[in-house]
Design a binder for this molecule. Sequence first.
Ligand code: FEO
Length: 397
Amino acid sequence: MFPYKIKEDFYYVGVNDRKTELFERIIPIPYGVSYNSYLLVDEKVVLFDTVEMSFADNAIEKIKIALNDKKIDYLIIHHLEPDHTSGIKIYLNEFPEMQIICSKRAKDMLDGFYGISDKIITVDDNSELSTGKHTLKFIYAPMVHWPEVMMSYETTEKILFSADAFGCFGTLDGRIFDNFIDPSIYDKYIEEMYRYYVNVVGKYGVPVQSTMKKFEGLQINMICSLHGPIWIDSRESIFKLYDRLSRYEGEKGVVILYGSMYSNTEKMAEVVARGAYEANAKVILHDVSKSDISFMITDCFRYSGLIIGSPTYNGTIFSKVQDILERLELRGLKNRTFGSFGSYTWGGIAVRQLNEFSEKMKWDTVGSVEVKQSMKISDYQNFYNLGRSVGEKVAGL
Ligand code: FEO
C-alpha cells in the first residue's frame, strides 16, 4: 500500500536521492541516499523530520495521502543538518498549523539556519509526549554527530527514531524493511553503513558509546534512522556494529595502503600483501591514487591491521598518503597493529615519519622496511616478513 505503513498508525514518508554525486560535497554515493521521514497519525498527528529541499514536494504528497485531510500537530526535528531540514520552509508553508518540537540546541540552529523562531517547543532529555494511543520519549544524543541531536522512543510498539545513527547510504527502491531485502543488496547497505559511520560519525566514538548506554534495558523492536532501511531483524547486529566501531575495535584483517609514483612501492605492496595473506589474514589493498579516500578510511576503521607504504616525496610522505593520515588522526583511530614500508631516491624520510605517526596514534608498530630506489631480489623476504608479521598478530597466531 502507499504510502508505506510501517506499523499501525505509522507511515514512511521519506524520499530517495539519486542525483547527488557527493554527500556533503565530499563523500561519493554511488548507490544514492534516502532522506527518511515518518508520520504518526494518532489523536495528535506527528511528523518525524523533514527532507532535503529539492525533494520536499515529493515527500509532502506522500504525507497528504497518509493524512487523509487531517492536520499535522507537531513536527519533531531530531537532527538539524540541512540534508534533513533544508526543505522545512516548504513544509511550514504547506502545514502552517504544526508546532516544532526539538532539543534546546536545535532551537538556536533553527533561527540561525532558517530564521525560524516561532511555534517551537523545546523538550528535555527523557521528557515525554503523549499523542493519544502512543507515547514518545525523547532521548538526547549530543554529538552523534551534531550537538543538537535527539532521538525518540515510542513506548508501545517500541520503535526507536534514531536520527542519523544506524543510517547508511543507498536508496530504498521500493523496499523499506531490512527483512525483505535480497541478501546481495542487504550486504551493500551494511557496507554503506560502515562507510556512513566512519566518514560522517567516526570522530565521535565516545558520544556514540554514551548514547548507546541509554538504550540499555530498553526493548527496541524497530530502528527508524534518517537514512537507509528500517532495521528489524538486523537491529542486534547493527547495534554490535556501532558498538565495535565506536570502540575502535577492528575485525581480523590487514589493510594495505600504498602510494607509488613509478611502481617501486607498488611492487613492495604486492609482496607485503602476500605475506599477510599467508598468515591467514583477510587482505584489502588500496592504491591511494586510485581508491576514494572515503572507502580507504572505512577499511582502516573496519580492520585491525594497517600497513602503509609511501615513497619519500618532496622530502616527506606522499601527499595522498598524508591525506589519509590526517583523516585518521581527526577521527582518533585507535588500537591498530601497524607496519610501514617505502622507498626513497636520495634521502629516506617517509617511513620514519609513518612510524612517528603510528607512535603518536599509540598504535602497535610491528615492523618497517625501507629501501633505496627499488626493491632488489634480496629484499623480497623482508617485505614478505613485514606482511606476515602484521597478519599473524591480527589473526592471533
Ligand atoms: Fe543525515 Fe547528519 O545528516
